[in-house]
Structures are given as structure tokens and as C-alpha cells.
Design a protein around this ligand. Structure first.
Ligand SMILES: [Zn+2]
Length: 190
């Protein structure tokens, strides 16, 4: 995210993670210069009645404030012209929006092992010393976080593993509790 709280292309995996959890999302993004957009993407919706222009809405509904709304499958690369036609955008805006939607599509189909509701991921190709490591989260002590070896794991379940610090394994977390970036240091009472 940039200093104004607007999403960038590298936030696409986080956005995709929320969509994978079935959340409707509203977010802003820009080209870093003059154009800014507010988008909503809804992965889950009920279609009621018959559409007057034909077609059956399916996939993801994408709405763009002040522009248009359409539904996309987000399973292949979308051409800026197509986005422009469907969302009522001219160049270069259709290109900016296509870049963001394509980055989200790509993230939706990258082989992640797990992504939690905060957008923290474990990915097939992201390992340290043979253990899966969180792609975008680290411990409050600054170390990367790895899936705990079974012996350290209290109740290591497959979809919510225990995560521990890289070099000393003294701090541990449940995967579902991780947030992006550095974890907050727990408050202790001593
Ligand atoms: Zn630590």
C-alpha cells in the first residue's frame, strides 16, 4: 500500500486472498500520478431475475466508482480494450484497471498452499531450510516465520499450522492469527 492507503499491484495477492475467502472487497488504487480508482469486487452474489441485456452474471462482479460494472471470470488475462468497453473507461485508465485486475487474477491462480483472511500466504516455492515460510509476514523479533516442525507443534493442523521464528523458534503463532508485515509484540504481565 502507498502512503495514501491506496493499493498497489504488489497488494494483489492480499486482495486475492480475501476474495478466496469469499469476501467482497472495496479498495482504492492509482497509477501513482493523477488517476485514482475505487473498485469493488464481489466473488459471491445472488442473481435475481432476468438481465435485460442478456447473459447470466457469474464469476466476479467488478464495479468501478464513476465508471461501470461488469462481471469477469478472472481466470485469464484481460485486454485493456475489453476492460474499457465493459467498464466504460478510456485509455490510459483501461490499461491501469486491466493491470490491477490481471494482477489479482494471477494471484487468484498462483499455487498458494494456504492464505489466511489477512492475506498472509504460504506458497509452494517459498521455503527456508526445507520448511514453508510465510511469504509476507515476519515475527515481532524480525525473523521470518516457518511452519513448525511437527515436534514443536502443539496441535499442528493442516490448514492452521503453528508458525515459529526462523533461528530460535522461541516465538510461536497460529497461522490464522498472522497479519502482513511484522507481528505485534504480545503484551506480558511480568
Ligand atoms: Zn521471534
Amino acid at each position: 500500500m502507498d502512503e495514501y492507503g491506496m493499493c498497489r499491484l504488489d497488494d494483489a495477492p492480499m486482495l486475492a486472498g480475501k476474495l478466496k475467502h469469499g469476501k467482497n472487497i472495496v479498495f482504492s488504487f492509482g497509477d501513482g500520478e493523477v488517476n485514482a480508482y475505487v473498485a469493488m469486487i464481489a466473488p459471491s452474489f445472488e442473481v435475481i431475475g432476468t438481465m435485460p441485456f442478456g447473459g447470466k452474471p457469474s464469476g466476479y462482479v467488478v464495479s468501478l466508482l464513476h465508471h461501470g460494472m461488469y462481471y469477469f471470470t478472472l481466470d485469464s488475462e484481460l485486454h485493456p480494450n475489453y476492460i474499457g468497453e465493459k467498464l466504460n473507461l478510456a485509455l490510459p485508465m483501461s490499461r491501469h484497471v486491466a493491470e490491477m485486475l490481471n494482477a489479482i487474477s494471477e494471484a487468484l491462480h498462483t499455487k498458494f498452499l494456504l492464505t489466511n483472511a489477512n492475506g498472509v500466504s504460504l506458497r509452494e516455492d517459498h521455503k527456508l531450510s526445507g520448511h514453508y515460510a510465510a511469504v509476507n509476514a515476519r515475527c515481532h523479533c524480525g525473523e521470518p516465520l516457518l511452519v513448525a516442525p511437527v515436534v514443536l507443534s502443539q496441535d499442528g493442523t493442516k490448514d492452521n499450522p503453528t508458525m515459529v521464528c526462523y533461528d530460535h523458534a522461541i516465538h510461536s503463532f497460529r497461522f490464522s492469527d498472522l497479519v502482513q508485515g511484522r507481528q505485534k509484540e504480545p503484551v506480558t504481565n511480568d
